[in-house]
Ligand binder design. Structure first.
Ligand SMILES: C[S@@+](CC[C@H](N)C(=O)[O-])C[C@H]1O[C@@H](n2cnc3c(N)ncnc32)[C@H](O)[C@@H]1O
Length: 340
């Protein structure tokens, strides 16, 4: 039995069906959190040939994986015992207070269609200190108890590798798309690691229109790495550009809050109705609002209780009234956006 996660590179992931490898049904069921009997039943109904020992050949793996990845109840099943999970009135959104890695490890393999995320890199906290290392400006008193803007993910190479490896595990092999945001510092230090786990397709620039802080040239942009899980699923339209102009949020209610339009662009390009969108560094839930606007389901987490309070109030209010209390105005301004 071949272990799917250690032996298949992202580039291989889409083509391995042609490779003569053997896959055990019991292991597949365990690995992807599906019922073994249901898997056997599917295989029998579709006349998928089995080896004498009950294994399937690599040739039929994609068909079987497509069936497994369609079992949408797997996420609910895996989180149903989690007393920390908050579910909303529409039954399509679930958030929980958790560490990104711990949260991803709870999700079944191949269960998420699109990851959109804006991690809390420690590099940015350090570089943004002004004066004598103090954090200044509007967020000085809003951040975490340790005086930082927000709790950081410990983005050592080792931790970041574990994070990317989990993202790869939970994304659907057949169709998964990934969007990870980077500031200029973290892009140079960690960005290239994404290539080891994903098939990187492009680097998108978010032009924030108005300048922010910075000692040497004031910052006006961030990056988004777009990658697939080794599959060749296209984005919605080949004419979409890779520079996106959305105004930064001035005097945000939550430190580092991003415009919902930024996530709307990612989700619109990569998701269809009912797709599962995941954000393991959810913050104020801008990505969740974008998922709702795109008729998608959403699962997300944040380590901070403050983020959870903000996110749950924001999502509940949006579902009840259609009003986004944390970003009442569009940040696209008069810009033409590609989802209209
Ligand atoms: C850059 S902010 C995300 C902002 C969000 N995109 C928004 O629009 O509000 C990063 C978030 O990651 C959270 N965070 C930090 N370390 C984390 C960890 N280990 N696991 C999960 N979340 C974490 C922080 O609390 C913060 O809310």
């Amino acid at each position: 039995m071949t272990d799917l996660h250690t032996e298949i590179s992202p580039q291989e992931a889409c083509t391995h069906a042609s490779v003569e490898k053997i896959y055990g049904i019991a292991s597949l069921a365990r690995e992807f959190s599906v019922n073994e009997k249901e898997l056997f039943q599917y295989i029998a109904e579709h006349h998928i040939p089995l080896k004498s020992n009950g294994d399937i050949t690599g040739k039929h793996l994609q068909t079987v994986l497509a069936f497994i990845e369609d079992q949408d109840h797997r996420i609910d099943d895996s989180l149903c015992d989690d007393s920390d999970a908050i579910e909303f009135s529409d039954g399509r959104i679930k958030i929980l207070q958790d560490d990104a890695l711990g949260f991803l490890r709870k999700l079944p393999a191949g269960s998420v269609d699109v990851i959109v995320t804006d991690p809390a890199y420690s590099g940015m906290n350090n570089k943004l200190k002004l004066g004598h290392g103090r954090i200044v400006g509007q967020y000085a008193n809003k951040g975490a108890a340790d005086g930082k803007w927000f709790s950081e993910f410990q983005d050592t190479e080792e931790n970041y590798a574990a994070f990317l490896s989990e993202c790869r595990r939970v994304l659907k092999r057949s169709s998964g798309h990934l969007y990870i945001m980077f500031d200029s510092f973290s892009l140079l230090s960690l960005g290239s690691m994404v290539r080891k786990y994903f098939d990187v397709k492009n680097l998108i620039t978010w032009d924030k229109v108005n300048i922010g802080m910075g000692h040497y040239f004031r910052r006006r942009h961030e990056y988004i790495v777009f990658a697939t899980n080794g599959n060749n699923r296209k984005i919605r339209n080949r004419s979409f550009p890779d520079v996106w102009r959305f105004k930064r949020i001035h005097r945000a209610s939550y430190p580092t809050q991003k415009p919902v339009e930024l996530f709307q662009a990612m989700i619109y390009a990569s998701a269809e109705k009912d797709f599962v969108v995941c954000d393991p560094f959810m913050g104020s839930a801008s990505s969740a609002i974008a998922a709702i606007r795109n008729d998608c389901r959403f699962i997300g987490c944040d380590i901070s209780s403050k983020a959870m309070d903000v996110a749950s109030t924001r999502i509940a209010t949006y579902l009840d009234s259609g009003k986004d209390i944390f970003q009442p105005k569009s940040m696209a301004g008069e810009e033409k956006v590609f989802w209209k």
